[in-house]
Design a binder for this molecule. Structure first.
Ligand SMILES: Nc1ncnc2c1ncn2[C@@H]1O[C@H](COP(=O)(O)OP(=O)(O)OP(=O)(O)O)[C@@H](O)[C@H]1O
Ligand SMILES: [Mg+2]
Length: 581
């Protein structure tokens, strides 16, 4: 039988072995290796020592930064049913990030679960910039526009986009709008509008003030620079109005009824295009592109529903004929091969976003951006998982979850495009940097929309005419505040402002709602202006002290001392002053 006794002295470990059968005691010593693990390494190991969250965990350092600090760890664990569940992984990732905090370098940690092996990697990531000013990263010279024939048709040899010339990168049809984090580092997130795109339509969701309009503005400027015309719909009137008369934007539609007509015209256009393609043996890649951008889609669809229910007969007829919700469904399903793309901005990714049975319509919007933090329902609708996009820092404007180049959700900072309006009132609000960005984004030439249907031609012509008359029924504002009542008093024959009182004036009161006071006569005895400016002068609007004697029928006169601001309305008299005096 052996018995071991252990005692540890500083950095030596002594082992005592007693063997009764041989009557010997052997004492050996072994060096104790110091625990060289860093505090963070030890903390990570201890985090799982109770075996609850993960079992059989070993933590090792994966790599070091230049300054010798540990910059990456690997955690091996025993896979169980629980570790395979997305929700558990998410919880654990959050716990790890909270425990790790910020690295000495100021960078943040990221947690990656290897897809096939029981390994978690903890690595550093540079924090995304909190603001990226949108300036054209690709010089305009690198955005060749294809030579189109007079019908807007491009032939393969004239197409400077992917597939046509390998020396030209696919910039023209990749419309960038954000910087996003991927395993390969920070890259541009883009909307691929090429004919072979698997995500040809775009959905932008975000709460009010989240940055939807800024994102759509970024996209429209990039599109028009690439020679892709855009028609915008803005039921709020003050979102896309900045694009009125912008090169490459033939129309911005504001009225919901006109927007319904637009969807109808676009739908007719799609069918006209496919018919043309059929007869002329054209392919999707030959067709000129047209993008429709619909901001604030909820406002639009609510207005359509309202008009259909309680509009005039004429309005009801328009909604019925145009059937905008139904036609949008058809458009997103079929428009890709006809060169038409849609981008929709909306506050929430609602289940009934596009009317009843709208799930499949939403599925056709595969390029996605969710600004600010999503609800778990929203996360599920946008990304198919309740946890994606939930931990966004909502304080950072333009922070979003977007489709990365491989289509997966990624953390992103949407580029900031200031208002690009050329109107002097909007322009004077820009800083020098913003003005520079806006100028460098502005296309040097207009791009026409090639219309294959009479309906679209007519629609654009009507809109352009409407814009010219838009200012006709707009009037300059009138300031109305509490004290401005006196400025209106002049128009009320019986109202007397304090400033208009004169000593000796008699006023006969005849208030309809106070019949007992009918016949009361006020005599203004004294008037004293008592408010003064800082320099001592009596102000026009200053306080007025008025002493009036009140003489009711059959009563002794009463003396009242009243104080008014000079602008107050003092009396509403029933009878003309002249008659009373
Ligand atoms: N990418 C961004 N970078 C920096 N600031 C941004 C960004 N996006 C938006 N902002 C700021 O947030 C403000 C609101 O953005 P925006 O108007 O685009 O929001 P919205 O989602 O369209 O809101 P609403 O629902 O009210 O129309 C902008 O005026 C801007 O100051
Ligand atoms: Mg907006």
């Amino acid at each position: 039988m052996s018995r071991f006794l252990e005692s540890t002295v500083t950095d030596w470990k002594y082992v005592t072995a007693f063997r009764a059968d041989k009557s010997t005691i052997t004492i050996t010593r072994q060096p104790v290796l110091p625990d060289t693990r860093s505090a963070r390494h030890r903390m990570l190991a201890e985090l799982f020592s109770d075996g609850k969250a993960l079992q059989d965990v070993t933590v090792s350092v994966d790599c070091y930064a230049y300054d010798g600090t540990e910059a990456s760890y690997r955690i091996h664990y025993k896979p169980t049913l629980a570790t395979g569940m997305e929700a558990n992984r998410h919880k654990l990732s959050e716990a790890l990030l909270a425990a790790l905090g910020t690295h000495e370098s100021g960078q943040l940690w990221r947690v990656d679960w290897a897809p096939e092996q029981p390994i978690i990697t903890l690595s550093l990531r540079k924090p995304l910039a909190t603001m990226v000013m949108h300036a054209l990263k690709i010089p305009a010279a690198n955005l060749p526009v294809p030579q189109l024939d007079e019908r807007g048709i491009a032939r393969r040899q004239q197409m400077p986009w992917p597939g046509s010339d390998p020396s030209v990168p696919g910039q023209r049809l990749h419309v960038p709008y954000a910087s996003c984090e991927t395993d390969a580092g920070v890259v541009d997130a883009y909307w691929n509008i090429s004919d072979d795109s698997s995500a040809p339509h775009m959905l932008v969701v975000g709460p009010t003030g989240g940055g939807k309009t800024v994102l759509l503005t970024t996209v429209i400027t990039e599109l028009t620079l690439r020679g892709v015309p855009v028609i915008g719909v803005d039921p709020k009137r003050i979102e896309l109005h900045q694009f009125l008369c912008y090169p490459g934007v033939p129309a911005i539609v504001f009225e919901p009824l006109r927007a319904a007509e637009f969807i109808y015209a676009l739908w007719r256009e799609m069918h006209a295009r496919t018919k043309y393609m059929q007869t002329q043996r054209l392919k999707a890649r030959n067709m000129p592109l047209l993008v429709a951008v619909l901001d604030e889609f909820f406002i639009l669809s609510a207005a359509w529903t309202q008009l259909a229910k309680s509009g005039t007969d004429e309005e009801k007829e328009v909604i019925k004929r145009c059937n905008p919700l139904g036609r949008i469904g058809e458009l997103v399903a079929l428009a890709r091969s006809a060169g038409i793309r849609l981008a929709v901005g909306v506050q929430r990714p609602d289940a009934h976003l596009f009317g009843r049975d709208s799930g499949s319509v939403r599925d056709n919007f595969q390029t996605r951006a969710a600004l600010a933090r999503l609800s778990s329902d929203g996360a599920y609708m946008m990304w198919g998982e309740t946890t994606v996009g939930r931990d966004i820092d909502a304080k950072i404007r333009g922070r979003a979850t977007v489709s990365d180049p491989s289509g997966d959700p990624a953390l992103a900072q949407v580029w900031f495009t200031p208002t690009i309006d050329d109107h002097p009132a909007a322009r004077s609000d820009l800083s020098a940097e913003e003005a520079h960005a806006v100028d460098s984004l502005r296309p040097t030439r207009d791009t026409p929309v090639y219309c294959f249907s009479a309906e679209l031609v007519q629609f654009i012509a009507d809109e352009q005419h409407l814009i010219t008359t838009m200012a006709d029924d707009v009037r300059e504002p009138v300031a109305v505040s509490a004290s401005s009542v006196t400025s209106l008093v002049d128009h009320i024959s019986d109202a007397i402002p304090a400033g208009a009182l004169e000593e000796g004036m008699n006023i006969v009161l005849g208030l309809d709602d106070e019949p007992d006071r009918t016949g009361t006569v006020l005599t203004v005895e004294t008037i004293r202006k008592i408010a003064r400016d800082s320099d001592g002068t009596v102000t026009e609007e200053g306080l007025v002290r008025v002493e009036v004697s009140v003489e009711s029928t059959g009563r002794r006169p009463e003396v009242l001392i009243l104080e008014y601001s000079g602008l107050d309305t003092v009396f509403l008299a029933a009878v003309d002053l002249a008659a009373a005096v």
